[in-house]
Design a protein around this ligand. Structure first.
Ligand code: SAM
Length: 258
């Protein structure tokens, strides 16, 4: 059976590293930790913006959609403590192994194993939704965007993050320099800033702000090596600022207007 036709349970049984790999290792490595922390800074910006716009001091209800092992829930807890805010954290992922880890680490009280294609929530429940590096895995991603739109409150904010794999250097890597990537990746969508913005607008969102960071080095092993060394990592981030269309990571802050 082709890997693409296997269920999540079958991938877990096969010990496929995309499905069973420990994502908390991203926090142990200095290179990947800096990427996660830059993302947390953007999440903090979104929470501050939402908090300013709320008239009453109720808890901000946040959904981490496709939460994985919970790295961003961990970040959200730190942000809540730093800002002295009460966040009500919800999380879903369709991989039961990842959900078990989130439960084990007590990262959220409202956790459930569910697909983004059928979110188990009523309409307009959340003030903020974080959906980071999930959309590129979902063939029916427009349906997923429709579900995120449905459960987000009017005036709510969605932070939609994807790798900038559809940029020139991303296509150069996947189609010429490192073609093995396309044989092994579990990504099915390859967005760049234009395609991501266009699909978000088609789904009924208004673009509030596009954040970009990192640099898309067109060879994975070289990228990982450079990211391990502090000054080279900062150089890569700087090159990404000079050539923003070739950044590594896109984070789109979206507003549900109606
Ligand atoms: C690369 S991980 C990102 C995890 C987390 N958002 C983060 O930033 O650390 C992608 C996650 O999306 C989840 N995922 C993929 N397709 C999904 C779907 N249709 N419904 C729910 N979760 C999904 C996977 O199980 C995986 O945990």
């Amino acid at each position: 059976m082709s890997d693409k036709n296997k269920s999540v349970a079958e991938h877990i049984d096969d010990r496929n590293s995309w499905y069973v790999g420990e994502q908390k290792e991203q926090l142990a490595d200095s290179g990947t930790r800096e990427i996660v922390e830059r993302r947390w800074e953007i999440i903090e910006h979104v929470i501050i913006k939402k908090n300013r716009s709320l008239k009453d001091r109720t808890k901000i209800r946040v959904l981490d959609a496709g939460c994985g092992d919970g790295n961003n829930l961990f970040g959200l807890k730190k942000i809540a403590k730093k800002l002295n805010l009460e966040l009500s954290l919800f999380a879903i992922d369709y991989n039961p192994l990842r959900i078990k880890r989130v439960v084990g680490n007590k990262l959220s009280e409202n956790i459930c194993c569910a697909s983004l294609l059928q979110l188990p929530f009523q309409e307009q429940l959340f003030d903020v939704i974080i959906c980071n590096h999930v959309l590129e895995h979902i063939p029916e991603f427009m349906e997923a965007l429709g579900e995120l739109h449905r459960v987000l409150k009017k005036d709510g904010l969605l932070l939609l993050g994807v790798p900038n794999e559809g940029c020139f250097l991303g296509r150069l890597r996947n189609n010429y320099i490192q073609r093995s990537i396309l044989r092994h990746t579990d990504h099915v969508n390859f967005f760049n800033s234009n395609t991501l913005v266009a699909r978000a607008v088609e789904s009924g969102f208004k673009v509030d702000k596009l954040f970009r960071f990192g640099f898309f080095t067109p060879y994975t092993y070289l990228h990982m090596m450079l990211m391990k060394i502090g000054f080279l990592r900062r150089l890569l981030f700087y090159i990404g600022e000079v050539f923003p269309s070739q950044c590594g990571d896109l984070q789109l802050m979206l507003l549900r207007e109606k």
